[in-house]
Structure formats: structure tokens, C-alpha cells
Write a protein that binds this ligand. Structure first.
Ligand SMILES: [Zn+2]
Length: 309
């Protein structure tokens, strides 16, 4: 068995995965619950131990939002609630606690590796994943290798590509970043500025489900604007990384069937001649399990240890 741990924008999630990649069990709690604890590290370890019970694991992978230093196995830079686990060497702490190898990497990278390892079609050599959740995540796998670049930044900053230099200032320092227009937080701001009342645990999910049923002028306007912004962001990322396929994941893209034809059409209008018409834009096949699978079967675990499948 392998353990996958995910620090998401909202939830802390655990997955128990067998050596063939079957997800045996998943559990999650709001990240806020852990943050309220006096000793967050103790609370995390206690939750993980309770989840595992008597189950033995051979290795583990930790997937986290933010800028993750994969070499040191810790979050190097993050915002909001993620700040609380910044600069804590979680990989080594988990490795010591369970006496097995662990890795830690950025969540979009784990997502991309999960898709690469478990669901890509034959003939796909270069794959980029873009996740639309609380923020926007981005990562690429090229010819079987994860893109890292210098300073662990390679491929993960897609959410901070500017799509409007006159746009609002982002916490990263840039103006008009992609995630200021196309993340869950961005959509919530749109709902609020249009006085849309979407009372639900998940207003974004409710928005898309209502779009399917009702012809509402304001909702359609928000949707069309969202599609335009997503298409500009995707075109920039496709121009930067040149993938064969762009996989769309994250909570928002659970409604990707509403969007993919429109986005593909717009991207083909904006993309340069070579990728035009060639790029495949698809919905994630693995969904929420992708980052868990990618973390538990991370290439660093496969490369360095003998329990490869
Ligand atoms: Zn930014």
C-alpha cells in the first residue's frame, strides 16, 4: 500500500492506494480544522495515523499547493492558510514517522503525473495539466519527465501568466493574472458583483448546474466572459509549453463538458499556425484522484526505490 497526502486550497485529503494504482480509501477534512489546532504538525500526524490504522505502507507522496521545493521536501512559498506549513520539512518528518520513503511536490505536478502515468492515451508524449480550483495550478510532463526548471518554478506558474496588464494587482506582484479571472475565487467575486444569489455549499457547482437548465442573461454573460478568459490563458500556456494535450482539472472543470467545445474553438482562433487545430483539450479522466495517484507514484519514488510495479 502507498499513502497519498494532499494539502489543497480548502481540504486536507488522504488516500490509501495499492501497488497497482487502485484507490482503496479516501478521507478528507477541511484544512481549517487542522489550522485551528495549537500544534498543526501534531494534528496532521495524528489524523494520518488514525486514517492508516494498522495498514502498512511502503512509501508515500505529499502533494501541496504553493511553490514546493521538491529537493528539500517542503513548501517554500504559499499564500493564505498554506503559510502555516511553509518551510516545515514535511517529507522528512513523514519519512521518519513511518520509516518509509516519502516525496513532496506541487499539487499540479502530482496531478500531471497522475494523468501521465495512469490515463494518457497512446501517442501522447507531452502533456500539460491546468487545474481550476481555489486558484489555478499548472504543470507539464515532457517525454516522461516532469518539468522543473530553475527554482522549482518550471511549469507551475501558469495561473500567474498575465492576461490583462491593466487588470487588478495579484498577490504575486503581477497584474491581471490568469487566476484572477478563472479560479473559483474569481467566479465568486463575479457572482457577488452581479448580486447573484447562489446559496449553496458550493456556489460554483450550483452556477454551472443552473446554467444547464435556465437561460439567464447575467449567468450567460459571466459564463461567456469566463470562457473567453480561459481561452486566452490556455492559448498563452500552449504557446509557452507546446503540449500534445491539455488536461483540464479541478473543481470548476467537473463541468468541462459545458465548456470544452467553446474553449477549443476560441483557442484555435487565437493559437499560432502550428498548434492550431492540433491541440487536444480534454477533461481530466481521473478527476480528484489524479494528484493522489501522482503523489503516490511520483517519479522520485519509482526511480530511487525497488518497489516499482
Ligand atoms: Zn499572480
Amino acid at each position: 500500500m502507498r499513502l497519498a497526502i494532499e494539502f489543497g486550497g480548502t481540504n486536507f485529503k488522504l488516500g490509501l492506494i495499492d501497488n497497482s494504482g487502485n484507490v482503496i480509501r479516501i478521507d478528507s477534512i477541511p484544512l481549517q480544522h487542522l489550522i485551528q489546532e495549537k500544534n498543526i504538525l501534531k494534528a496532521i500526524l495524528s489524523y494520518v495515523n488514525k486514517f492508516l490504522g494498522s495498514e502498512q505502507i511502503v512509501c508515500g507522496g505529499i502533494s501541496s499547493k504553493g511553490l514546493v521545493d521538491h529537493d528539500k521536501g517542503m513548501v517554500q512559498d504559499d499564500v493564505g492558510e498554506g503559510k502555516l506549513i511553509e518551510n516545515i520539512p514535511l517529507r522528512d518528518i513523514f519519512s521518519d514517522e513511518f520509516s518509509v520513503p516519502f516525496i513532496m511536490d506541487n499539487d499540479a505536478r502530482c496531478y500531471a503525473w497522475g494523468e501521465w502515468r495512469f490515463s494518457r492515451d497512446q501517442g501522447i508524449n507531452n502533456l500539460t495539466v491546468i487545474t481550476f480550483g481555489t486558484g489555478i495550478g499548472c504543470a507539464s510532463v515532457f517525454n516522461g519527465k516532469m518539468l522543473y526548471g530553475s527554482d522549482h518554478l518550471g511549469g507551475v506558474m501558469g495561473g500567474h501568466i498575465s492576461i490583462d496588464k491593466n487588470g487588478p494587482r495579484c498577490h504575486c506582484g503581477n497584474y491581471g493574472c490568469f487566476e484572477l479571472y478563472c479560479s473559483k475565487n474569481a467566479l465568486l467575486k463575479q457572482f457577488s458583483s452581479h448580486n447573484l444569489e447562489l446559496i449553496d455549499d458550493d456556489p460554483v457547482k450550483l452556477f454551472f448546474s443552473q446554467l444547464r437548465k435556465k437561460n439567464n442573461k447575467i449567468k450567460n454573460k459571466i459564463f461567456e466572459s469566463f470562457i473567453q478568459h480561459v481561452s486566452v490563458g490556455l492559448t498563452n500556456i500552449i504557446h509557452a509549453y507546446g503540449p500534445d494535450v491539455v488536461v483540464l482539472g479541478g473543481g470548476i472543470m467537473k463541468s468541462a463538458d459545458l465548456m470544452i467545445d467553446k474553449i477549443t474553438h476560441l483557442v484555435n482562433e487565437m493559437a499560432f499556425t502550428v498548434p492550431r487545430g492540433r491541440i487536444k483539450i480534454i477533461q481530466s479522466k481521473l478527476g480528484d484522484t489524479a494528484p493522489l495517484l501522482g503523489a503516490a507514484f511520483h517519479p522520485s519514488l519509482e526511480k530511487n526505490h525497488e518497489y516499482t510495479i
